[in-house]
Ligand binder design. Structure first.
Ligand code: PGA
Length: 247
């Protein structure tokens, strides 16, 4: 089973456009046998799409989640998402980290998700690739901090997405070899933290300039269970073409 996360960001400018795109997702998901579709729709639209949807094939994610309680103007607290049935949330996206969110904030966001039965999609990735390969350590630190409090006695209900910041919104994704080496490394970190059986149960996605032309090569990689797609997930033709390859 593969996972496709469509991160619509703020590319959709009206609810009626969101509904049109959603119709395409519905059709695709209804005939898909091998892929779970998760839509991270814009914050103002995600709840309405979710409430109007009668099917079961599409899952919904918030693009952000807050651990703050009560006095936090503009935040989207985990308990509100959970009470409305939004079961996934992007946590640690580089476009959120850029606004000043620290690894420590991400850890608390993961904790808020766990406490409210939301599956966090934890996004990690380095800003640049230095010659001494310290980006591996950088990513390990992001991941270990995010999961520092994750209960060891429960099944692991989170997804990791590797998104090198330099490949997000770029012309090209990271090279296949670069993605593969990092996802294998992420798997190793997860196994170290949670043991062989549990560590291997966590889906690892790749994100950063995925489109209909490069998705095949990415899906073939070892330890890559799916993709997190920004721009191309909002382009109907590109999305249909990607779905054809996902099956
Ligand atoms: P992109 O965005 O596919 O447009 O590079 C991916 C993401 O930021 O999640």
């Amino acid at each position: 089973m593969k996972i496709f996360v469509g991160n619509w960001k703020a590319y959709i400018h009206s609810y009626s456009d969101a509904k049109k795109l959603f119709e395409v997702y519905k059709k695709v998901a209804s005939i898909s046998k091998n892929t779970s579709y998760i839509i991270a729709a814009p914050p103002l639209y995600v709840l309405s799409l979710h409430k109007e949807y009668r099917g079961r094939k599409i899952l919904f994610a918030s693009q952000t989640v807050s651990y703050c309680k009560e006095a936090c103007t503009g935040d989207i607290p985990a308990y509100q998402l959970s009470s409305e049935g939004i079961n996934f949330a992007l946590v640690g996206h580089s476009e959120q980290r850029r606004k000043g969110k620290t690894d420590e904030d991400i850890r608390q966001e993961v904790n808020a998700c766990v406490q409210n039965s939301i599956v966090p999609i934890i996004i990690v990735g380095e800003h640049k690739r230095d010659e001494d390969a310290s980006y591996f350590k950088f990513v390990a630190k992001q991941l270990k901090t995010a999961l520092a409090d994750y209960p060891k006695n429960k099944p692991l209900k989170f997804i990791v997405a590797y998104e090198p910041v330099w490949a997000v919104g770029a012309k090209e994704p990271a090279k296949a070899r670069e993605i593969e080496m990092m996802t294998i490394y992420i798997r190793k970190v997860l196994v170290q933290m949670f043991g062989e059986r549990k560590g291997k149960s966590v889906p690892i996605l790749y994100g950063g300039s995925v489109n209909q032309y490069n998705i095949d090569a990415i899906l073939d990689l070892q330890e890559t269970d799916g993709v997190l797609v920004g721009r191309a997930s909002t382009d109907t033709d590109a999305f249909i073409e990607m779905a054809r390859k996902l099956k």
